[in-house]
Design a protein. Structure first.
Length: 79
């Protein structure tokens, strides 16, 4: 099974998404990519978000985003 791909937007970093990105980069169970822009500007302006296998995951804080991404990865692994 392929590892889930987690994509971050550099434009969303003002929400502190490093707190989710950095620890995910250290995990062997996912691939982390940061793009300059994911062309999701409306979402990017409102809250921390990332894509996990092309599915948007969002949360109120970067810490919650990290936990939401971990839940999504577990969900994908169970498929």
């Amino acid at each position: 099974m392929m590892r889930p791909i987690v994509e971050f937007c550099a434009g969303n970093a003002h929400f502190g998404t490093d707190k989710a990105l950095k620890p995910l980069e250290e995990r062997p169970d996912c691939e982390v990519i940061e793009y300059g822009c994911l062309t999701n500007c409306g979402q990017c302006y409102l809250a921390p978000f990332a894509f996990v296998n092309d599915e948007i995951v969002e949360a109120a804080t970067a810490e919650e985003l990290y936990l939401s991404i971990l839940r999504k990865i577990k969900e994908i692994e169970q498929l």
